[in-house]
Ligand binder design. Structure first.
Ligand SMILES: [Zn+2]
Ligand SMILES: [Zn+2]
Length: 68
């Protein structure tokens, strides 16, 4: 993965996740003490993708809907 500069832009902030199929909601996971951000369809640590980057959580086998 190419190293890119990272700024924790406010546009990457997400509030929570919602299931597309049921009423399930999930809090945004934290990393390094703050909520993770969303960029290019992945969860990224607010410190940057070099710290942590993970897939969107799933429910009923589908990625959760992102509420921004
Ligand atoms: Zn569900
Ligand atoms: Zn981190």
């Amino acid at each position: 993965m190419s190293k890119e500069s990272w700024e924790p832009e406010t546009e990457y902030i997400i509030q929570k996740f919602e299931c597309q199929e049921c009423n399930y909601t999930e809090e945004v996971p934290t990393h390094c003490g703050k909520p993770m951000r969303l960029k290019d369809g992945r969860l990224i640590c607010w410190m940057g993708p070099d710290c942590e980057s993970s897939d969107i959580p799933e429910h009923h086998g589908k990625p959760l809907k992102i509420i921004q």
